[in-house]
Design a protein around this ligand. Structure first.
Ligand SMILES: [Mn+2]
Length: 341
């Protein structure tokens, strides 16, 4: 790693000693991007942009870090020779942040980071080996439910399918507006998946009603939750540098509202989050700055939920064994939908 990277901290906060309340975990992971590239540089660009984000959060009513310790981890770069080896490495790296004592916010990197993060979540005390209890809330232009893309089952386009395959109980997703027939059929037949299509929530006349249904879904979740925010879920104009910008997406304020409503749910505990598909923009920092603003909002909502007693610092009792080579040996589960011939 280049010298000096360790001095770039989230929000430009001074490095702090002591046990962190929040860990910002940059993941320079880009092995399967299919259109635009540059996601490996996204996390660092987001950290640099975050120094310009205002520290005051209106919901928290004070400035970050609000007497908490927010630590910025060194940028993780996979060193293993193959994609599958890197996924194992990534899972082992992510596992450190599921002790229950810290809230991790992973910065990606392509969305392919999700399955190893989700699998690492099984070590969180509230999940405690039962990944079925975990819900992934996904904001994304894409359903990410393909069985494979270009022959690769660990493509970023399969992030949600592979997360279900590693054992996650539910995926609820909004902003979705780019998907293939296989994905649509899976959405309509797999009871573990709830999809809120952008054509419904963003409809010029009836969108408001559908948006309320999405918010009610977030209010009704129970148990541990991982929030996975693919920034291409936002309207493409806000994040033009992301790998696959798509028109017709969520507004900035809709994503803010989704984060606030999710963290306010008294029956769910958001144990971790990621913001992914960040790509540095050449002519303006809009893409990485948008991601940094949403990262700050996520951290503020976590700190508020902690203040208000919806998050508990729990300690893992036993050490996490290194998971071996799960992804190397991974066999994709048979696709549960049958395609019409
Ligand atoms: Mn995605």
């Amino acid at each position: 790693m280049d010298e000096g990277l360790d001095i770039i901290t989230f929000l430009g906060l001074p490095a702090h000693s002591g046990p962190p309340d929040v860990s910002i975990v940059p993941l320079a992971f880009e092995l399967t991007t299919s259109y635009g590239s540059g996601t490996q540089d996204g996390p660092l660009a987001c950290l640099v942009a975050s120094a310009q984000v205002e520290l005051y959060d209106d919901l928290l009513g004070t400035e970050l870090p609000d007497n908490s310790v927010i630590s910025t981890q060194p940028v993780w770069e996979g060193s293993a020779p193959t994609l599958r080896d890197q996924l194992d490495q990534l899972e082992a790296h992510a596992s450190q942040f599921f002790s229950g004592e810290v809230f991790p916010l992973f910065l990606g990197g392509e969305h392919g980071i999700l399955p190893p993060i989700a699998r690492a979540a099984r070590f969180h005390p509230l999940v405690s080996g039962d990944l079925e209890s975990l819900t992934i809330v996904q904001i994304d232009a894409h359903a990410d439910l393909r069985s494979s893309l270009d022959g690769e089952v660990f493509s970023h386009a399969c992030a949600a399918s592979r997360s279900l395959d590693v054992g996650v109980g539910r995926v609820v997703q909004a902003g979705v507006r780019a998907y293939c027939q296989e994905e649509f059929e899976r959405i309509t037949t797999d009871g573990r998946i709830s999809t809120f299509f952008a054509k419904d929530t963003q409809h010029p006349h009836t969108g408001r009603e559908q948006w309320e249904v999405w918010l009610d879904e977030l209010r009704s979740l129970c148990g541990p939750v991982h929030l996975s925010l693919d920034i291409d879920g936002l309207e493409g104009a806000l994040v033009p540098a992301t790998g696959t910008p798509v028109p017709g997406g969520l507004s900035y304020w809709q994503v803010v509202e989704s984060i606030e409503v999710l963290f306010a749910n008294p029956n769910a505990v958001v144990i971790s989050s990621d913001i992914n598909e960040i790509v540095p923009q050449n002519d303006t920092p809009l893409t990485e700055f948008t991601a940094a603003c949403l990262a700050a909002k996520t951290v503020a909502c976590h700190l508020l939920s902690k203040k208000e007693g919806r998050w508990y610092r729990t300690k893992r009792e036993t050490e996490v064994p290194v998971s071996g080579s799960y992804f190397v040996d991974f066999q994709a589960a048979p696709v549960s939908t049958s395609r019409r011939e």
